[in-house]
Design a protein around this ligand. Structure first.
Ligand code: ADP
Length: 476
């Protein structure tokens, strides 16, 4: 009954912890940490590690039951024969050192197995997300052998760990057998009746079986504790950096100020240095600069996804906190993530909007006719990574997805790069009309797009060269 109960408890722990860890990663894990860790790290945390945390309940119980029955057995043994009892104690003292070192080896193997499992998980997800490129580059065999290697080494570590665990469990019994064989050899003088010998053997077997169970459960516990430690660290950090899902602020964003903002990812130096700028509602901006200059990094700072090392970002001259304003900011990436579901779900992703609003947003990006012409309109399913849409259509879907959330600030990170020039110019003009009371920020190295903005903020160049350009060809 206890086994059934602990198994049930373990499954409950696994289920709840897994969902909670997933939530912590989505809500609280700072982007800077996500960037430096692998996908496999998080897969292992929410999968294997939460499972191990669940099995700890069972291991704890098994250790306790093993300990209790061994103690009772030892007590009975002491009553039965004090000399055998002390003999067993001496043996236990000696074997403790050996079992301890075996457990040490097992913990080292476990650490390597965890690393290998993370690497295999990362390879799997990254390969799956890049299947097209892998096939185009004919790199299937390389990726397959890399995954197979990780799995081979990982499984080897698991087998070695299992072997050690079985050894730890069987060790006392094996030694008992050897001692019995010596004691019962024909020449040995055993000063006991057959019945006493039988009873003594039964008690000692029971004690040693319990000790084996306890040692195996303890070794499992010690290796699984690493998983609990990792989960505990994540939960602790999540609590420290807890960011409740902010409701949408009632106040509209009218200005954003960058004040001497500097940022570096690590100690290799600053990506952004003393950037100051002011964005105002009703205007369109272009952040320009060469590749690697820090344009996307600046977008992350505007979105509150990265925090400046020094300087500050203010909204409405500091009246509105960046956190409160965040739901009024939208980012569209160069390659919007497409989910394997309908066009409607891809647009909504949890937001509430009726079909008219969806069609209106699609119309702004010249995609409405295309969607209406699909057999099932908004109910058409997008396939793996949205491959039944072209790159430009996926980009426009990404912009429409942002528009239905009625942002005050729309940041387009190279988000029109896959459109032909005419479509690009038309979409930008329609966007400007649609967002006439808001702020549009283009992040681009495309001079055609920069030319459509009211003001240009060059990144990666001295701030004195910031150009305030009133452009021709504005849509409004
Ligand atoms: P841009 O958008 O102008 O092409 P980015 O903002 O993407 O430039 O990158 C600016 C610099 O910061 C680059 O040198 C890039 O290598 C570095 N960088 C970007 N993201 C990270 C990251 N997550 N970790 C470490 N360095 C990064």
């Amino acid at each position: 009954m206890l086994t059934v109960l602990t198994t049930y408890l373990g499954k409950q722990v696994h289920e709840r912890l897994s969902a909670r860890i997933f939530g912590h990663i989505l809500l609280s894990e700072p982007m800077a940490r996500v960037y430096t860790r692998s996908i496999g790290h998080y897969i292992t945390l929410a999968g294997d590690d939460t499972f191990k945390s669940g099995t700890i309940v069972a291991s704890l119980l098994q250790s306790f039951v093993g300990f209790l029955t061994a103690m009772i057995g030892l007590l009975v043994l002491y009553q039965f024969s004090s000399s055998i009892f002390f003999g067993v104690l001496v043996f236990l003292g000696c074997s403790l050192v050996l079992i301890g070192s075996l457990i040490g080896v097992m913990m080292k193997l476990n650490a390597t197995a965890v690393t290998l499992s993370r690497e295999a998980g990362t390879t799997f997800v990254e390969a799956f997300n890049s299947l097209r490129s892998i096939r185009a580059l004919h790199s299937e065999r390389f990726v397959m052998s890399s995954y197979a290697n990780h799995m081979h080494n990982y499984v080897r570590k698991l087998v070695q760990m299992d072997a050690i665990k079985s050894g730890v469990k069987a060790f006392p019994a094996i030694v008992l057998l050897l001692l019995s064989a010596i004691a019962l050899r024909p020449a040995a003088q055993v000063d006991m009746t057959d019945a006493a010998l039988f009873a003594g053997t039964v008690i000692v077997i029971r004690v040693f079986a319990s000790l084996g169970q306890m040692a195996a459960a303890c070794s499992q516990l010690l290796t699984d504790i690493r998983a609990v430690r990792d989960i505990g660290a994540l939960v602790k950090l999540a609590q420290e950096e807890w960011r409740p899902l902010a409701g949408i602020s009632a106040i509209k964003v009218s200005t954003i100020g960058l004040h001497q903002v500097s940022f570096g990812y690590d100690d290799r130096g600053h990506v952004l240095r003393d950037v100051s700028f002011r964005f105002e509602a009703g205007h369109t901006y272009a952040i320009v600069g060469p590749s690697g200059a820090g344009k996307s990094t600046l977008a992350d700072i505007l979105l509150g996804l990265s925090l400046p090392n020094s300087g500050a970002v203010t909204v409405n001259e500091g009246v509105l906190s960046l956190e409160a304003a965040r739901r009024r900011f939208m980012l569209v990436e160069q390659q919007p993530k497409i989910f394997s579901t309908t066009v409607r779900e891809n647009l909504l992703l949890g937001a509430a909007a009726n079909d008219d609003a969806l069609h209106a947003a699609l119309d702004v990006v010249n995609l409405d006719d295309t969607v209406r012409s699909l057999g099932e309109g908004l109910d058409t399913r997008l396939t793996y990574l949205g491959e039944n849409f072209s790159g430009g259509q996926r980009q426009r879907l990404g912009i429409a997805r942002a528009l239905i959330r009625q942002p005050d600030v729309l940041i387009l990170d190279e988000a029109t790069s896959a459109l032909d020039l005419d479509t690009r110019i038309e979409v930008v003009a329609k966007l400007r009309t649609h967002m006439r009371d808001g702020i549009i920020i283009f992040i681009t190295h495309d001079p055609e797009i920069a030319a459509l903005a009211d003001e240009v903020l060059p990144i990666g160049e001295p701030q004195t060269r910031a150009v305030a350009a009133t452009q021709e060809g504005r849509a409004d």
